[in-house]
Design a protein around this ligand. Structure first.
Ligand code: FAE
Length: 504
């Protein structure tokens, strides 16, 4: 049915950072939108306090249709002690599995903001100038990054918590070891409410970050998107959330687009399928989700004329995880640990040896004398997604060889820490006895790169009226955790698209 240009039917696919920014800015511009999200609307699924599970007590709310948890640190002392069987259902943490790479993703209204560590870091300008020369970087640093930080509620960690709390002994010990090895320690801003965390430590409010909640969601304290962008967007009354609804196909129909959807119960039973026509479609299903929908549409002939750059420019943001077993005096990391990281080792100069190693907690309730790190690195390699029409699955060519420069850079830093402080890299916590992870990421980036598979505002080449708004726009790496930049880029693109009348 034709609609007047002033009332376009608009769908947003996915409700993470890109989707949440798009929903808010469209609603504020007076547009009605359908926000289609394959995961649960957790605020509706359960009362506050009962939405998410602890890391050490996983249950049906934890994993997205898995029979068992699959945590980044798989073992302790080589024992299969960490992962547990869980009921197969629509939990908050998903894993996209490829031949040699596992991509962790958030599932539900709020996307990755539900399960991530809240680390909200503005990338260094010199590096953004290198990786995204196609944008006006000045505008990002004067307008869009400040706006994103403000809307997301980013704050520096509380000095008293890092300085004195027993929950941050792990970070103090690692910081002292950085200093001894001649490395700089930096604080890592976060969207966790530090006042709330302080009250947790006093026992005045229900514990969340201090009770092993993070990767399966936080019941309190974390300003996930449902408390920031999405709360504002929903308050306009113009955003219609369709939760537990997956877009399975996008195809062109004249000047409009037909989305096929499948709505399920939390246990996975298909409740209905539908086809709905929209004038404008915003893809915000994340790097993997967006690229998969588009490559599938290209392979099936549902969308023609797409760029041959589609699927390219992917990377894991150089993510490499490592743990050191500390030795000697001053090597305790505490029997209690906050789930929210607060500091990192900064050894970044934009060269390929650059490492930003965030000091990661390992809150298992034991003194493990273990310093964990999530290292972000400057890996020169990129990956490519392709769609296999025989299996109907998207494939990714990232492997250990492509990851090797990230491992080498991280290893150089860890060896210097070990040489200065004693201690050794643990090989009893990751898969296959590895000391450095090269097979998973929390930070998938790229696949539908801005200005390559899209125009410079995110409109998909060959498909006018389809816009990409998420982490797939950013090629491969950023040098820091990505959600602040993803948010800022979506703000930029929405400003430009609305001003140009592309969403009218
Ligand atoms: P994302 O947030 O992934 O949202 C995509 C949404 O689309 C999800 O809700 C999906 O369920 C939904 N979806 C996918 N496919 C479909 C479909 N076909 N139909 C309907 N819905 C669909 O996308 N980043 C940081 O900056 N700091 C951190 O501390 C940090 N820690 C992390 C820890 C973990 C465990 C994980 C998994 C990620 C972490 N990240 C962190 C990464 C960050 O959350 C991620 O870069 C962003 O969430 C990506 O934002 P997008 O908008 O691209």
């Amino acid at each position: 049915m034709p609609t007047a240009a002033s009332t376009p039917r608009i769908a947003i696919i996915g409700s993470g950072y890109g989707g949440a920014v798009a929903a808010l800015r469209l609603a504020q511009a007076g547009k009605q939108v359908d926000l289609i999200e394959m995961g649960q609307d957790w605020d509706k699924s359960a009362p506050e306090g009962a939405r998410f599970s602890r890391m050490d007590r996983p249950d049906a709310r934890s994993m997205w249709f898995e029979n068992r948890t699959d945590m980044p640190y798989t073992y302790l002392s080589g024992l299969d002690w960490i992962n547990r069987a869980v009921p197969y259902s629509a939990g908050a943490l998903g894993i996209e599995r490829f031949a040699a790479m596992k991509v962790y993703v958030g599932k539900g209204l709020g996307g990755g903001s539900l399960v991530n560590g809240g680390m909200a870091v503005t990338p260094r300008r010199s590096f953004v100038e290198k990786v995204m020369p196609q944008i006006d970087v000045n505008e990002m640093y004067t307008t869009y990054l400040p706006r994103a930080n403000s809307e997301l509620g980013v704050a520096q960690p509380a000095a008293d918590m890092i300085g004195n709390s027993p929950y941050y002994q792990f970070t103090r010990t690692a910081a002292a070891q950085n200093a001894k090895a001649g490395y700089q320690t930096v604080t890592v801003p976060n969207v966790y409410d530090w006042n709330y965390m302080r009250m947790e430590s006093f026992g005045r409010v229900p514990k969340s970050a201090l009770a092993s909640e993070v990767i399966f969601g936080n019941n309190y304290g974390k300003k996930s998107l449902t408390k920031t962008y999405l709360a504002k967007a929903l308050a306009t009354g113009r955003v219609n959330v369709k939760a537990l609804t997956e877009v399975t196909r996008i195809r062109r129909s004249g000047a409009a687009y037909v989305l096929s959807t499948k709505t399920i119960s939390a246990l996975g039973a298909v409740l209905n399928t539908a086809e709905t026509t929209y004038d404008k479609v915003i893809l915000a299903a994340g790097s993997v989700g967006t690229t998969r929908l588009l490559l599938k549409a290209q392979a099936n002939g549902d969308l023609t004329g797409l760029s041959d750059k589609l699927g390219k420019g992917w990377g894991p943001n150089g993510n490499t995880m490592v743990a050191r077993l500390l030795s000697g005096a001053n090597s305790t990391t505490g029997t209690v640990q906050s789930g929210i990281p607060a500091q990192g080792l900064m050894a970044w100069d934009d060269s390929e040896a650059s490492v930003f190693a965030e000091i990661a907690p390992f809150p298992v309730g034991l003194e493990t004398r273990t310093a964990g790190y999530l290292a972000l690195t400057n890996n020169p390699n990129t990956g490519t997604f392709t769609f296999n029409t025989t299996t109907g699955k998207m494939e990714l060519d990232w492997d250990a060889a492509k990851h090797a420069p990230s491992v080498a850079a991280t290893k150089a830093v860890m060896e210097r820490l070990n040489a200065a402080n004693g201690g050794a890299t643990r090989t009893d916590m990751l898969e296959n006895g590895k000391g450095y992870s090269d097979y998973f990421t929390y930070h998938p980036l790229g696949g539908c790169v801005l200005g390559q598979a899209t125009d410079l505002n995110g409109e998909l080449t060959g498909a006018p009226g389809v816009f990409v708004m998420d982490s797939s726009l950013i090629p491969a790496k950023l040098g820091v955790n990505p959600f602040v930049f993803i948010t800022a880029l979506a703000e930029r693109n929405m400003d430009k698209l609305l001003a140009a009348g592309r969403l009218a």
